[in-house]
Design a protein around this ligand. Structure first.
Ligand code: AMP
Ligand code: MG
Length: 338
């Protein structure tokens, strides 16, 4: 019987394998976890091997301070007591939110919590308030009346905070510091509808972000190619309830305390600043197509993709040529000029 020997051929194959393996680009590290009431997935190329853990910890730390439904959070304490001294993070996000709220007018207000609660969104115990209740709820929404003195914030009578519209975008911005400190080459952070695209991918390819199909949110109706920034999407499909054949969504018009009904299915924003991207996606949803377009033309430091219920997709100049509709979607793409 012929004896099998490893021999010279085997040695060459082994050597080639070792060389090829060492030349191949390292696979990204990734992790999935539940935080801020949603499933998050982080993928990091290069840098320290514990970066995914550090990102998860940082997001959990922010969630613990900002979650209005958590009795131990600073936001919950502020809502209960009406006045409280808060940490650097909470003071920072409150400052940013109030500044954005000033720019976005009545479409965006971080004191919507009494109305959000009355409709039953945090608990899932849904309820349709009466017109009388809605009037009282709308009167309680006014973040311009919040007072601050360094880290001490005081809410107007009856007001309660909800940072649900900005927390994920703010978390995305905070993750940048960790990625920089840990020398990451690139990262894709999917913080549940808010996606941070960081650095340059090792293979030089651009980032590609799917835009969720409201009828089937696990799938996408199109893809956006971009080189970085934050892509934030707000949609009624993310949280809603139905009663007598009518759908009530979690995005409220602060002037009426009622769920928005304006023909918009989703708003996706591309913007370098994550906190702004998140606030804008919520606010432009509330504004409706015409006011959102006016707002874009007056500011122009972001782009949007707005999907309406007649299957039109409105795309601003910066994203129109970068968007690809998926096969099988008979949607009409319309360019929004500056
Ligand atoms: P997003 O998914 O970023 O659009 O945020 C929606 C969440 O923000 C809701 O679930 C509410 O908690 C809160 N919210 C709803 N309407 C508004 C609004 N007009 N301004 C600010 N926050 C809002
Ligand atoms: Mg938002």
């Amino acid at each position: 019987m012929k004896k099998r020997t490893f021999g010279a051929t085997g040695a060459i194959i082994l050597l080639l394998t070792v060389i090829l393996c060492s030349c191949a680009k390292a696979e990204p590290h990734s992790a999935s976890f539940q935080s801020m009431d949603t499933l998050m997935t982080v993928k990091v190329y290069g840098g320290d091997s514990d970066l995914c853990d550090r990102l998860q910890q940082r997001i959990a730390e922010l969630d613990a301070q900002l979650d209005a439904t958590d009795e131990n959070s600073e936001i919950n304490q502020l809502n209960q007591k009406g006045t409280a001294k808060v940490s650097d993070d909470t003071a920072d996000i409150l400052g940013r939110s109030l500044q954005l709220s000033g720019e976005l007018g009545q479409a965006f207000d971080i004191t919507v919590y009494p109305a959000v609660k009355a409709w039953g969104f945090p608990s899932g115990d849904y309820h349709i308030p009466t017109d009388e209740e809605l009037k009282k709820l709308a009167a309680r929404i006014d973040d311009t009346a919040i007072k601050s003195d360094h880290h001490t914030f005081t809410l107007p009578e009856g007001a309660m905070l909800d940072l649900g519209a900005v927390a994920k975008g703010y978390a995305a911005d905070q993750c940048d510091t960790i990625l920089k400190e840990g020398h990451a080459e690139a990262a894709v952070l999917n913080l549940g509808g808010t996606i941070r695209l960081y650095g340059k991918k090792p293979d030089g390819s651009r980032f590609s972000v799917g835009v969720a199909d409201p009828d089937n949110p696990a799938g996408y109706f199109g893809y956006l190619s971009c080189d970085g920034g934050t892509v934030a999407t707000s949609g009624g499909y993310e949280r809603y309830f139905e009663k007598d054949g009518k759908r009530y969504i979690h995005i409220l018009d602060p002037t009426t305390a009622k769920p928005v009904e304006n023909g918009i299915l989703s708003v996706t924003i591309l913007c370098d600043d994550g906190t702004a991207a998140d606030a804008l996606s919520t606010a432009l949803f509330v504004m409706g197509l015409d006011k959102a377009t006016e707002y874009y033309r007056a500011h122009r430091d972001f782009d949007f993709i707005i999907l309406t219920d007649d299957h039109s997709v409105y795309l601003t100049e910066g994203v129109y040529d970068e968007f690809t509709l998926c096969d099988g979607y008979d949607f009409h793409l319309k360019k929004v000029d500056r």
